[in-house]
Every structure is written in structure tokens, then in C-alpha cells.
Design a protein around this ligand. Sequence first.
Ligand code: NAD
Ligand code: IPM
Length: 325
Amino acid sequence: MTETVLVVPGDGIGKEVVPAAVSVLDAVADFEFVEAEAGDHVKAETGEALPDETYERAAEADATLFGAAGETAADVILPLRQAVGSFANVRPARSYPGVEALRPETDLVFIRENTEGVYKGIESEIDDGVTTLTRVITDDASQKIAEYGFEYADENGYDDVTVAHKANVMRTTDGQFLDSVAAVAEAGGHDYEEALMDALAMHLLLRPEEYGVVICPNLAGDMLSDLAAGLVGGLGLLPSANVGEDNALFEPVHGSAPDIAGEGVANPAATILSGAMLLEHLGYGEEAATVRSAVESVLESGPRTPDLGGDASTEDVTAAIVDEL
Ligand SMILES: NC(=O)c1ccc[n+]([C@@H]2O[C@H](COP(=O)([O-])OP(=O)(O)OC[C@H]3O[C@@H](n4cnc5c(N)ncnc54)[C@H](O)[C@@H]3O)[C@@H](O)[C@H]2O)c1
Ligand SMILES: CC(C)[C@H](C(=O)O)[C@@H](O)C(=O)O
């Protein structure tokens, strides 16, 4: 069977790193790639950043590989995550031999709730200069992310599970989150620790080696995973999977990087590693491992893009990775 992979490069460096990842995927698997549009450039032409056709294709594809959008990112990626029915955003952040890192001992995986919290979009201006935002936390979504997080830790050999929260302030919503996680942990006999997310940010910065899987409400997962990118060498290294029941979307954690877009020097590693997660999701475990080890080998030996201190182009790095396969 030939799986259909929808490819949405988007804006900025998305247009550079997605073709890089497609060429790597093409070297190890026989997918049918279908390309679709989204992002700032589409909005400029049509008034809509995410065409219905792209949304529907993502819902129907076996998997989607997304690059990045610019100013319209929230109008593009949030609906696309919905299109694939994603409830979990999996964001591994690990250091690599040969890559200079603030914390070379980092091996973290953020399991970010992907449907609610402040991302429900319930915001209003209730009076002149007075605005509100409704944060939605439900037992169902919280139990689901907890189940996924504990299972992920078990299956991937992580002993430490931490649950990020700020229930000292958001007593009702994060109180619910903690209660839901506790119910799942009790039913499954899982150990974990709770951590206030502000202090957790500091502990991750100082002692990442004491942590493994971090289960997070939506916004906390967004922020902590970017912080972790800073520990391991930058956003060019962090892949992610938006996992649903039977569909999924894969994307680098980074954005469209307008400061380097068009120069051909974006680090393709995050998107290629997202491609490895896609392979794994579609049942190509061996090919995923091959891609990961090719990326690791090139990160160690070079060539490297400027964000990692090198002077190679996106194409040079991609060609070196394809050569390694
Ligand atoms: N999922 C998405 O589509 C997404 C995510 C985050 C930000 N954005 C959008 O991207 C735009 C820029 O946002 P930002 O600057 O805050 O974040 P960004 O991730 O685009 O860039 C942050 C910094 O990291 C660098 N960087 C990011 N990816 C890199 C790569 N692969 N190789 C080398 N360097 C890389 C950039 O050059 C920049 O200095 C905004 O319009 C924002 O809305 C989109
Ligand atoms: C662009 C934005 C909607 C998105 C998010 O908040 O999820 C981004 O920051 C990310 O991390 O993928």
C-alpha cells in the first residue's frame, strides 16, 4: 500500500526545510506526496490563510508534514491540528554529540495537551480597554493526555514523569488538570511528580538530566518546549508530532524564521526528524531509525548550518544526510 502524505511547506523557511525532509523521506519510503498551500502568502492572495481544500486534504491524508506559517500561523496550524484530530503534541528535545549545547545532558519529551486551555480562542473585549480570555480545562482531555504521556514514558523507557501546572493560581482549571492526571496515574499505577511550571522552567534550565517526560497543559507545553530548544542548540533541532486517534501531523517546533528565510541556510534537522516521527507513525520503524541515525551522524561530523556554528546550506546538510542513508 502506498500511503498519501500531505505536504504543506507554508511560509519562510518552511519552503526550504520541507523539500529537504521530503527528499529524505523519498529516499527511504515509497509515499505519494501531495502538496497543498497555506500561510501568509495564501492570505495575501485569497484573504484566507488556510484554504478549505488544504484542511480537507489533511483530514483525509495518511499523515501530513507541515513547515511553518508566518503571521497567520495560528490561523493555519491550530485548525490543521484539529483536522487530523490531534489531542497530543509530542515534542522531544534532546542534545546531540558534536552539537554545542547549553545542557548536553538533555533528553526531554514534552507531551503537550493539544486541544484546549487558552487555545480554545475564547477571547473578548468586554469594555473599552478591558479584555478577557477563557481557559478551558476538561477532565476528558486531561485524562487523555495523561494516559498518552504515561504510556509514552513506559514505551520509550523514561522513568521520570513530571506534570507541569500552576494550580496555586489557576486553582480551578489546573486543579482539574492535576485531579484528572492523578486519577489516571492511580488507575494505571504510574509514578509521577507535580511541578509548578514557573519553577519547573528554572529546574529544566539548571538540571534537565533530572527530567524525562513532561506532561503539560497546552500553553505550558508551548513555552517549555521552546525553552528546551535553547538547552540543546536551538529551534533548528526540535521536531514534533501532533497525534490523533488515527491521523497525525508532523512539524518542526520552529516558525517561519523571517530573519533567515530565502537565504538557504535554515537547519533542516527539525523537519527531517519530524519526518522520522512520521515514518514511525506510519509503521516504518526501521526507516525512522535509519533517518535518525543519519541526522545524528551529520550533526556530529558536519556539514552544519550557521545556527550550529557552521557555514553549510540547507541543501548541503540535506545532501549529506541523504548520503548517509
Ligand atoms: N508552527 C508555526 O507555523 C509557527 C511556530 C512559531 C512561530 N511561527 C511564526 O513564525 C514567525 C517568526 O516567529 P519567531 O521568530 O518567534 O520564531 P521562529 O521559530 O521562526 O524563529 C526564532 C529564531 O530561531 C531561528 N530558527 C528557527 N528555526 C530555525 C532553523 N530551522 N534553522 C536555523 N534557525 C532557525 C530563527 O532564525 C530565529 O532567530 C512569526 O510570524 C510566528 O507567528 C510559526
Ligand atoms: C504559532 C502558534 C500557534 C504555535 C503554538 O502556539 O502552538 C507555535 O508557537 C508552536 O509552538 O507550534
